[in-house]
Design a protein around this ligand. Sequence first.
Ligand SMILES: [Zn+2]
Ligand SMILES: [Zn+2]
Length: 353
Amino acid sequence: MNQQTMVAAVQEAPERLVIKEVPVPEIDADEVLIRVKYTGICGTDWSIYTGLYSADRLPLIPGHEFSGVIAQTGKNARGLKEGDRVTADINMSCGHCFYCKRGQKLMCPEFTQLGIHTNGTYAEYAKAPAELVHVLPENIDFMTGAFIEPVSCVIHSAKALDVKLGSSVAIIGSGLGILHAAVSVHKGAAPVIVIGRNKKRLEAARQMGADVTIDVDEIDDPVSAVKQYTGSRGADYVIEAVGKPSTYAQALEMVRPGGTMAAFGITGLDDKIEIRPFDIVLSEKAIVGSCAGVGQDWDDAIAMLQYGRIQPQILFSKVVPVRRLEPALLELRKNRDFTKVFVSPDSIEEQTL
Ligand SMILES: [Zn+2]
Ligand SMILES: [Zn+2]
Protein backbone atom coordinates (compact mmCIF):
# COMPACT_ATOMS: atom_id res chain seq x y z
CA MET A 1 0.00 0.00 0.00
CA ASN A 2 2.90 2.31 0.84
CA GLN A 3 3.38 4.16 -2.41
CA GLN A 4 -0.28 4.33 -3.27
CA THR A 5 -2.24 7.54 -3.31
CA MET A 6 -5.89 8.32 -2.81
CA VAL A 7 -8.31 11.20 -3.33
CA ALA A 8 -9.05 13.15 -0.16
CA ALA A 9 -10.64 16.42 0.93
CA VAL A 10 -7.94 18.31 2.81
CA GLN A 11 -8.70 21.33 4.97
CA GLU A 12 -5.52 23.29 4.30
CA ALA A 13 -6.59 26.52 6.00
CA PRO A 14 -9.90 27.91 7.28
CA GLU A 15 -12.29 28.09 4.32
CA ARG A 16 -9.74 26.39 2.07
CA LEU A 17 -10.88 22.82 1.48
CA VAL A 18 -8.87 21.23 -1.34
CA ILE A 19 -9.52 17.97 -3.19
CA LYS A 20 -6.17 16.32 -3.90
CA GLU A 21 -4.14 13.13 -4.18
CA VAL A 22 -2.46 12.23 -0.91
CA PRO A 23 -0.65 9.07 0.25
CA VAL A 24 -2.81 6.24 1.55
CA PRO A 25 -2.29 6.17 5.36
CA GLU A 26 0.32 3.71 6.64
CA ILE A 27 -0.79 1.63 9.59
CA ASP A 28 1.17 0.34 12.55
CA ALA A 29 0.71 -3.01 14.35
CA ASP A 30 -2.20 -1.70 16.47
CA GLU A 31 -4.15 -0.10 13.62
CA VAL A 32 -6.36 -1.08 10.69
CA LEU A 33 -6.72 0.53 7.28
CA ILE A 34 -10.33 1.06 6.25
CA ARG A 35 -11.70 1.61 2.73
CA VAL A 36 -14.31 4.30 3.44
CA LYS A 37 -17.89 3.77 2.26
CA TYR A 38 -19.80 6.74 3.69
CA THR A 39 -19.11 9.72 5.93
CA GLY A 40 -21.95 11.80 7.38
CA ILE A 41 -21.46 15.57 7.31
CA CYS A 42 -21.61 16.93 10.85
CA GLY A 43 -21.80 20.45 12.32
CA THR A 44 -18.28 19.86 13.60
CA ASP A 45 -17.04 19.68 9.99
CA TRP A 46 -18.47 23.16 9.47
CA SER A 47 -16.65 24.39 12.59
CA ILE A 48 -13.40 22.95 11.18
CA TYR A 49 -14.15 24.53 7.80
CA THR A 50 -14.62 28.00 9.33
CA GLY A 51 -11.60 27.69 11.62
CA LEU A 52 -13.54 27.58 14.92
CA TYR A 53 -12.13 24.09 15.59
CA SER A 54 -8.83 22.44 14.83
CA ALA A 55 -7.16 25.49 13.24
CA ASP A 56 -3.93 24.35 14.96
CA ARG A 57 -4.23 20.86 13.37
CA LEU A 58 -4.27 21.89 9.70
CA PRO A 59 -3.72 20.53 7.13
CA LEU A 60 -6.28 17.91 8.12
CA ILE A 61 -8.60 15.48 6.36
CA PRO A 62 -11.87 15.95 8.31
CA GLY A 63 -14.73 13.42 8.51
CA HIS A 64 -15.61 11.29 11.54
CA GLU A 65 -19.12 9.78 11.16
CA PHE A 66 -18.17 6.90 8.91
CA SER A 67 -18.40 3.29 7.81
CA GLY A 68 -16.20 1.17 5.59
CA VAL A 69 -14.48 -2.13 4.92
CA ILE A 70 -11.19 -3.24 6.44
CA ALA A 71 -8.52 -3.24 3.72
CA GLN A 72 -5.52 -4.16 5.87
CA THR A 73 -4.94 -5.15 9.50
CA GLY A 74 -1.95 -4.50 11.75
CA LYS A 75 -0.54 -7.64 13.33
CA ASN A 76 -2.02 -6.86 16.77
CA ALA A 77 -5.53 -6.26 15.37
CA ARG A 78 -7.13 -9.25 17.00
CA GLY A 79 -10.61 -10.38 15.98
CA LEU A 80 -10.61 -8.24 12.83
CA LYS A 81 -9.91 -9.24 9.26
CA GLU A 82 -9.81 -7.87 5.75
CA GLY A 83 -13.30 -7.47 4.36
CA ASP A 84 -15.01 -6.80 7.73
CA ARG A 85 -17.71 -4.15 7.51
CA VAL A 86 -16.90 -1.64 10.24
CA THR A 87 -17.10 1.74 11.90
CA ALA A 88 -14.90 3.07 14.71
CA ASP A 89 -15.23 4.91 17.98
CA ILE A 90 -13.42 8.15 17.18
CA ASN A 91 -12.28 8.92 20.73
CA MET A 92 -8.60 8.34 21.48
CA SER A 93 -6.83 8.90 24.81
CA CYS A 94 -3.58 8.05 26.60
CA GLY A 95 -4.99 5.10 28.56
CA HIS A 96 -3.08 5.68 31.80
CA CYS A 97 -3.78 9.15 33.24
CA PHE A 98 -6.06 10.00 36.21
CA TYR A 99 -9.13 10.25 33.92
CA CYS A 100 -8.38 7.26 31.70
CA LYS A 101 -7.95 5.05 34.77
CA ARG A 102 -11.38 6.15 35.95
CA GLY A 103 -13.05 5.41 32.62
CA GLN A 104 -13.43 9.12 31.82
CA LYS A 105 -11.30 9.15 28.70
CA LEU A 106 -13.11 12.19 27.25
CA MET A 107 -11.39 14.27 29.97
CA CYS A 108 -7.90 12.88 29.19
CA PRO A 109 -5.39 15.71 28.64
CA GLU A 110 -4.23 13.83 25.53
CA PHE A 111 -7.77 13.28 24.23
CA THR A 112 -8.07 13.43 20.44
CA GLN A 113 -10.83 12.54 17.96
CA LEU A 114 -10.40 10.92 14.57
CA GLY A 115 -11.31 13.40 11.82
CA ILE A 116 -11.30 16.33 14.24
CA HIS A 117 -7.73 16.29 15.57
CA THR A 118 -6.24 13.56 13.34
CA ASN A 119 -6.89 12.66 9.69
CA GLY A 120 -10.42 11.41 9.10
CA THR A 121 -12.61 9.88 6.46
CA TYR A 122 -13.35 12.34 3.64
CA ALA A 123 -11.03 10.17 1.59
CA GLU A 124 -10.85 6.74 0.01
CA TYR A 125 -8.98 5.30 3.00
CA ALA A 126 -8.59 6.09 6.68
CA LYS A 127 -6.80 4.39 9.54
CA ALA A 128 -8.13 3.72 13.04
CA PRO A 129 -6.83 2.03 16.20
CA ALA A 130 -7.95 -1.62 16.04
CA GLU A 131 -9.27 -1.54 19.62
CA LEU A 132 -11.79 1.16 18.65
CA VAL A 133 -13.20 -0.64 15.62
CA HIS A 134 -16.74 -2.06 15.73
CA VAL A 135 -17.87 -4.69 13.24
CA LEU A 136 -21.31 -3.87 11.81
CA PRO A 137 -24.10 -6.40 12.30
CA GLU A 138 -25.32 -7.80 8.98
CA ASN A 139 -28.56 -5.83 8.98
CA ILE A 140 -26.89 -2.44 9.52
CA ASP A 141 -26.13 -1.07 6.06
CA PHE A 142 -23.13 1.18 5.41
CA MET A 143 -25.17 4.38 5.45
CA THR A 144 -26.72 3.56 8.82
CA GLY A 145 -23.25 2.42 9.93
CA ALA A 146 -22.00 5.94 9.28
CA PHE A 147 -24.76 7.21 11.57
CA ILE A 148 -23.68 5.22 14.65
CA GLU A 149 -21.45 8.05 15.90
CA PRO A 150 -24.23 10.64 16.31
CA VAL A 151 -26.52 8.00 17.85
CA SER A 152 -23.76 7.15 20.36
CA CYS A 153 -23.48 10.85 21.32
CA VAL A 154 -27.22 11.05 21.99
CA ILE A 155 -27.09 7.82 24.02
CA HIS A 156 -24.18 9.18 26.09
CA SER A 157 -26.24 12.29 26.89
CA ALA A 158 -29.36 10.22 27.64
CA LYS A 159 -27.41 8.13 30.17
CA ALA A 160 -26.19 11.30 31.90
CA LEU A 161 -29.71 12.75 31.96
CA ASP A 162 -31.32 9.46 33.11
CA VAL A 163 -34.95 10.28 32.30
CA LYS A 164 -37.47 8.50 34.53
CA LEU A 165 -40.64 6.73 33.31
CA GLY A 166 -43.58 9.05 32.79
CA SER A 167 -41.48 12.23 32.98
CA SER A 168 -41.85 15.12 30.60
CA VAL A 169 -38.94 15.92 28.29
CA ALA A 170 -38.57 19.10 26.24
CA ILE A 171 -35.91 19.14 23.55
CA ILE A 172 -34.73 22.42 22.04
CA GLY A 173 -33.45 21.76 18.53
CA SER A 174 -34.54 19.61 15.60
CA GLY A 175 -31.19 18.33 14.34
CA LEU A 176 -29.89 15.64 16.68
CA GLY A 177 -32.80 16.77 18.87
CA ILE A 178 -34.89 14.41 16.72
CA LEU A 179 -32.75 11.47 17.90
CA HIS A 180 -33.04 12.69 21.48
CA ALA A 181 -36.81 12.46 21.01
CA ALA A 182 -36.56 8.84 19.82
CA VAL A 183 -34.32 7.89 22.75
CA SER A 184 -36.54 9.74 25.27
CA VAL A 185 -39.54 7.75 24.06
CA HIS A 186 -37.60 4.54 24.78
CA LYS A 187 -36.75 5.85 28.25
CA GLY A 188 -40.51 6.03 28.88
CA ALA A 189 -40.82 9.82 28.81
CA ALA A 190 -44.26 11.36 28.36
CA PRO A 191 -44.82 13.81 26.87
CA VAL A 192 -41.80 14.26 24.57
CA ILE A 193 -41.77 17.81 23.20
CA VAL A 194 -39.50 18.98 20.38
CA ILE A 195 -38.97 22.68 19.69
CA GLY A 196 -37.62 23.71 16.29
CA ARG A 197 -38.25 25.93 13.31
CA ASN A 198 -38.23 23.72 10.24
CA LYS A 199 -41.48 22.02 9.20
CA LYS A 200 -39.80 19.00 7.61
CA ARG A 201 -37.62 18.39 10.64
CA LEU A 202 -40.53 18.76 13.07
CA GLU A 203 -42.49 16.26 10.99
CA ALA A 204 -39.52 13.88 11.23
CA ALA A 205 -39.49 14.41 15.02
CA ARG A 206 -43.16 13.33 15.17
CA GLN A 207 -42.38 10.27 13.05
CA MET A 208 -39.58 9.41 15.47
CA GLY A 209 -42.03 9.50 18.38
CA ALA A 210 -42.32 13.10 19.61
CA ASP A 211 -45.79 13.74 21.07
CA VAL A 212 -45.71 17.50 20.61
CA THR A 213 -43.73 19.70 18.23
CA ILE A 214 -43.48 23.45 18.67
CA ASP A 215 -42.52 25.68 15.74
CA VAL A 216 -40.78 28.74 17.22
CA ASP A 217 -41.89 30.84 14.27
CA GLU A 218 -45.53 30.28 15.22
CA ILE A 219 -45.36 31.19 18.91
CA ASP A 220 -44.09 34.09 21.04
CA ASP A 221 -42.29 32.25 23.77
CA PRO A 222 -41.08 28.62 23.78
CA VAL A 223 -40.87 28.60 27.58
CA SER A 224 -44.56 29.35 28.08
CA ALA A 225 -45.43 26.99 25.21
CA VAL A 226 -43.69 24.13 27.04
CA LYS A 227 -45.38 25.08 30.31
CA GLN A 228 -48.75 24.58 28.60
CA TYR A 229 -47.94 20.88 28.25
CA THR A 230 -46.31 20.43 31.65
CA GLY A 231 -48.84 21.59 34.22
CA SER A 232 -47.51 25.20 34.09
CA ARG A 233 -44.37 23.99 35.88
CA GLY A 234 -41.90 23.45 33.07
CA ALA A 235 -40.53 20.13 31.87
CA ASP A 236 -38.98 17.55 34.22
CA TYR A 237 -36.05 17.31 31.81
CA VAL A 238 -34.85 19.72 29.13
CA ILE A 239 -32.26 18.94 26.47
CA GLU A 240 -30.47 21.84 24.78
CA ALA A 241 -29.50 20.56 21.32
CA VAL A 242 -28.94 23.83 19.44
CA GLY A 243 -25.82 25.36 20.95
CA LYS A 244 -26.74 29.03 21.28
CA PRO A 245 -26.60 31.17 24.43
CA SER A 246 -30.23 32.24 23.91
CA THR A 247 -31.49 28.64 23.77
CA TYR A 248 -29.36 27.66 26.78
CA ALA A 249 -31.02 30.50 28.73
CA GLN A 250 -34.43 29.23 27.57
CA ALA A 251 -33.56 25.67 28.55
CA LEU A 252 -32.74 26.71 32.10
CA GLU A 253 -36.03 28.58 32.34
CA MET A 254 -37.95 25.74 30.72
CA VAL A 255 -36.91 23.09 33.24
CA ARG A 256 -39.17 22.87 36.29
CA PRO A 257 -37.89 23.44 39.83
CA GLY A 258 -36.14 20.23 40.87
CA GLY A 259 -35.64 19.22 37.22
CA THR A 260 -32.54 18.54 35.15
CA MET A 261 -31.16 20.10 32.01
CA ALA A 262 -28.80 18.34 29.60
CA ALA A 263 -26.17 20.52 27.92
CA PHE A 264 -25.71 18.90 24.48
CA GLY A 265 -25.52 21.67 21.83
CA ILE A 266 -22.04 23.06 21.32
CA THR A 267 -21.74 26.86 21.57
CA GLY A 268 -18.87 29.09 20.53
CA LEU A 269 -15.83 28.94 22.81
CA ASP A 270 -16.48 32.39 24.29
CA ASP A 271 -20.27 32.30 24.46
CA LYS A 272 -21.70 32.98 27.90
CA ILE A 273 -25.08 33.07 29.57
CA GLU A 274 -26.13 34.78 32.77
CA ILE A 275 -27.21 32.50 35.58
CA ARG A 276 -28.65 33.65 38.87
CA PRO A 277 -27.09 31.26 41.43
CA PHE A 278 -30.09 32.13 43.61
CA ASP A 279 -32.35 30.30 41.12
CA ILE A 280 -30.14 27.21 40.98
CA VAL A 281 -29.97 27.02 44.80
CA LEU A 282 -33.62 27.62 45.58
CA SER A 283 -35.07 25.67 42.66
CA GLU A 284 -32.54 22.84 42.91
CA LYS A 285 -32.08 22.65 39.16
CA ALA A 286 -29.35 20.34 37.92
CA ILE A 287 -27.27 20.59 34.74
CA VAL A 288 -25.48 17.63 33.17
CA GLY A 289 -22.97 17.94 30.35
CA SER A 290 -22.08 15.33 27.75
CA CYS A 291 -19.29 15.60 25.25
CA ALA A 292 -19.41 12.53 22.97
CA GLY A 293 -20.44 8.91 22.65
CA VAL A 294 -17.61 6.73 23.89
CA GLY A 295 -16.86 3.10 24.75
CA GLN A 296 -20.02 1.16 25.54
CA ASP A 297 -22.19 3.95 24.10
CA TRP A 298 -21.10 2.61 20.69
CA ASP A 299 -22.23 -0.95 21.45
CA ASP A 300 -25.51 0.44 22.76
CA ALA A 301 -26.01 2.60 19.66
CA ILE A 302 -25.33 -0.43 17.45
CA ALA A 303 -27.85 -2.55 19.41
CA MET A 304 -30.53 0.16 19.17
CA LEU A 305 -30.02 0.39 15.39
CA GLN A 306 -29.65 -3.38 14.85
CA TYR A 307 -32.99 -4.10 16.49
CA GLY A 308 -34.80 -1.16 14.94
CA ARG A 309 -35.38 0.78 18.18
CA ILE A 310 -34.03 3.76 16.30
CA GLN A 311 -34.81 3.97 12.58
CA PRO A 312 -32.94 7.05 11.42
CA GLN A 313 -33.34 6.51 7.67
CA ILE A 314 -35.98 9.26 7.36
CA LEU A 315 -33.20 11.69 8.32
CA PHE A 316 -30.95 10.67 5.42
CA SER A 317 -31.15 13.36 2.73
CA LYS A 318 -28.54 12.67 0.04
CA VAL A 319 -25.14 11.31 -0.97
CA VAL A 320 -22.49 13.47 -2.63
CA PRO A 321 -19.03 12.67 -4.06
CA VAL A 322 -15.95 13.71 -2.06
CA ARG A 323 -15.28 16.53 -4.55
CA ARG A 324 -18.70 18.01 -3.68
CA LEU A 325 -17.99 18.24 0.05
CA GLU A 326 -17.47 22.00 0.14
CA PRO A 327 -20.66 22.91 -1.78
CA ALA A 328 -22.56 20.42 0.42
CA LEU A 329 -21.19 22.06 3.59
CA LEU A 330 -22.29 25.47 2.33
CA GLU A 331 -25.70 24.20 1.22
CA LEU A 332 -26.34 22.59 4.63
CA ARG A 333 -25.98 26.01 6.28
CA LYS A 334 -28.66 27.47 4.01
CA ASN A 335 -31.17 24.70 3.45
CA ARG A 336 -32.44 23.35 6.75
CA ASP A 337 -34.62 20.82 4.94
CA PHE A 338 -31.51 18.65 4.66
CA THR A 339 -30.70 16.72 7.79
CA LYS A 340 -28.00 14.11 7.12
CA VAL A 341 -25.91 14.36 3.96
CA PHE A 342 -23.34 11.64 3.29
CA VAL A 343 -20.09 11.88 1.37
CA SER A 344 -18.89 8.80 -0.49
CA PRO A 345 -15.64 8.13 -2.37
CA ASP A 346 -17.68 5.75 -4.59
CA SER A 347 -20.23 8.42 -5.53
CA ILE A 348 -19.91 10.04 -8.96
CA GLU A 349 -23.05 12.16 -9.00
CA GLU A 350 -25.20 13.61 -6.22
CA GLN A 351 -27.97 11.23 -5.27
CA THR A 352 -31.08 12.33 -3.37
CA LEU A 353 -32.34 9.71 -0.92
ZN1 LIG B 1 -20.25 14.46 14.40
ZN1 LIG C 1 -5.54 9.73 29.60
